[in-house]
Design a protein around this ligand. Sequence first.
Ligand SMILES: Nc1ncnc2c1ncn2[C@@H]1O[C@H](COP(=O)(O)OP(=O)(O)OP(=O)(O)O)[C@@H](O)[C@H]1O
Length: 288
Amino acid sequence: METIIKLKNVNKKFKDFSLENLSLDINKGYITGLIGSNGSGKSSTIRIMMDLMRPDSGDLEIFGLNYEEHEKEIKGRIGFVYDSNIYYEGLNLSDIQRIVGPAYRNWNKGTYFNYLKKFNLPKNKPIKTFSKGMQMKASLAIALSHDAELLIMDEPTAGLDPVFRRELLNILQDILIEENRTIFFSTHITSDLEKIADYVAFIKDGRVIFNHSINDLQEKFSLVKGELELLDRDTSKAFVHINQSSDTFEAMTDDVEKIRRIFGDTVIIDKISLEEIMYFFNGDDNDD
Ligand SMILES: Nc1ncnc2c1ncn2[C@@H]1O[C@H](COP(=O)(O)OP(=O)(O)OP(=O)(O)O)[C@@H](O)[C@H]1O
């Protein structure tokens, strides 16, 4: 498996928050979703990947290159999509082609207009009249028209209605299948990941908790339900996190064999959803 983005022991300290020893390998040719609650550090991680912010320490390589020596090459090979991409508000998408196009060495005018057609975007209407979804599609069309191998997107589906969100996710999936690109995007919506992601990286309080394929995640973790009286200090250790009510508990384990050994058939063991995995990792603070 080839790594396309490599973050190693990255630290960045703000007044009330820090990214701590962040290490993350993103695989080439797949869709990886970066998930975490509000304020967990997703945008900060992406800003570091895009060289919009330099870390205090640690290493970052994209395409095996670093920003210190290869900034122009790296940026030319990435399509970056975020919701305030369109800063030329009074302009239309034909104007954008004239202004943005020449900034990229590999800009392809034909590809750009094909995407505008495919995404049903008007060429001659000012961008400021676009809905949020249309703006997101316009950003995506620009990002895809300079032959970017890697798409990095900060919460591309935030604020989109469910129908549009699904449409955007379908577009991303098609792009990946047809054109063999790598997509890395942040979200706090687990269903986005279930729909399209191959890998899920989960970040909490500025730390990477895991980075696994979706299939591995659902094999690794299980949901366990039972009577509260079954839990004591020892048996509790078999769980990653436990949620207790007055007489029952629900918990997540990463060692289902151990649970079977300890509890036999006195507990119910179930498949766990991505949303439940997030919930248990977030402990009681979960707000997603
Ligand atoms: N330039 C900065 N100066 C000070 N604090 C910052 C700065 N940038 C981010 N932070 C803080 O870092 C924390 C993480 O912010 P970040 O935007 O990375 O989170 P996020 O996971 O993208 O959140 P959301 O899902 O709400 O967009 C927040 O508490 C934020 O206030």
